[in-house]
Design a protein around this ligand. Sequence first.
Ligand SMILES: Nc1nc2c(ncn2[C@@H]2O[C@H](COP(=O)(O)OP(=O)(O)O)[C@@H](O)[C@H]2O)c(=O)[nH]1
Ligand SMILES: [Mg+2]
Length: 295
Amino acid sequence: MTKHKAGFVNIIGNPNVGKSTLMNAFVGERLSIITSKAQTTRHRILGIVNGDDFQVLLSDTPGIIKPAYQLQESMMDFVKSAFEDADILLYLVELGEKELKDEEFFKKITNAKIPVLLLINKIDKGNEELLSEALKLWQEKVPNAEIFAISALQNFGVPEVFNRIIELLPESPPFYPKDQLTDKPERFFVNEAIREKILMHYKKEIPYSVEIDTEEFFEDENIIRIRSIIMVERETQKGIIIGHKGSALKRVGTEARKDLEKFFGKQIHLELYVKVNKDWRSNEKQLRRFGYNQK
Ligand SMILES: Nc1nc2c(ncn2[C@@H]2O[C@H](COP(=O)(O)OP(=O)(O)O)[C@@H](O)[C@H]2O)c(=O)[nH]1
Ligand SMILES: [Mg+2]
């Protein structure tokens, strides 16, 4: 009989290198939202891949940045925690990238006691020459890492990385029930689906000033009824979110509902409201309420 393997695999890297895309490629579901904007991922999200004799617990984390306000400090705490319990580290870089935005984190990677897989992502965007340059550069910079060239978007090289993860996993019984896909509750995915549309359709500070609170999630046999609040920091932002005769808000609602219907495999009724929660991003109490302060 083969022994069961299980462990934590944490994905870290600069903003926008494709961490969430990779996580979704491994899991085969859209657990993490993806946009071309930095700081799309605010939390640490666990994706679970189960096999008969393995369980891989993948963590997607926010991109590494220098925190400018309290929300971002909490986001970096999620990244720090990703170092603490990992069995394997996936350090994701993109083709053409030179270094991590934070030296301290970089040292943690090069001095890691656990296996590090350095994944050069987005190779679909480059050519042979760029790739061989990148391979050389990263071999020198992170000598303790095994290097893979991948395209998370096209699922190129991703199965090979996954097989290597399975090889490296420690022997252990599963940590979660074998039919579980994530550690986050359903409401979390509602919030994220809405936030993704806001990231896509609004400019500048707006997406970064928004938090979603799903007040009601009621599932019956045929339909899920959801009521969510879009929280903004100021009155002017409220008007922008709603748009002319409510058109902008309506678009967010329609698009989020469609994604959620796919995700939950059920018809969805989604009600959206906009409220001002003054300066929530800098308010310790509010941040705790939205699940950011782990301490
Ligand atoms: N061309 C290309 N784009 C990618 C690839 N992986 C991710 N992206 C894009 O890079 C952007 C950032 O991706 P995301 O997964 O949100 O990055 P994260 O901030 O590291 O989580 C999105 O526009 C993705 O579609 C890839 O392999 N190739
Ligand atoms: Mg992300």
